[in-house]
Write a protein of this length. Structure first.
Length: 98
């Protein structure tokens, strides 16, 4: 659960932990979905950062990952060490998805 600076918060993010003031009083509970007004209130209360629930990223299919990998290594395909690194990444992608 990453900590995010108040200035980087966006509406729709959810709190992973309650937000507390200096005396320990809960200001916002866990799983609260942030809105513009809540973010502004946190700024006014001098809260520096909060823990948010990390957004799940859509997984790409292995074919797409392998195509991206080939594109990234296109300029260095004749360098032996880079070819080895590319092969290791390919094995990782194929092994994780198998």
């Amino acid at each position: 659960m990453p900590k995010v600076l108040i200035s980087k918060l966006k509406p729709g993010m959810k709190l992973a932990k309650p937000v507390r003031n200096e005396s320990g009083m809960i200001l916002l509970g866990e799983n609260t979905e942030l809105s513009d007004s809540l973010i502004q209130r946190l700024e006014k209360m001098s809260i520096e950062n909060v823990s948010i629930i990390a957004e799940a990223q859509d997984e790409k299919p292995p074919e797409e990952l392998l195509a991206e990998l080939s594109e990234r290594f296109k300029k260095t395909e004749n360098e032996p060490y880079m070819a080895l690194i590319k092969r290791l990444f390919e094995e990782q992608i194929k092994g994780v998805t198998s």
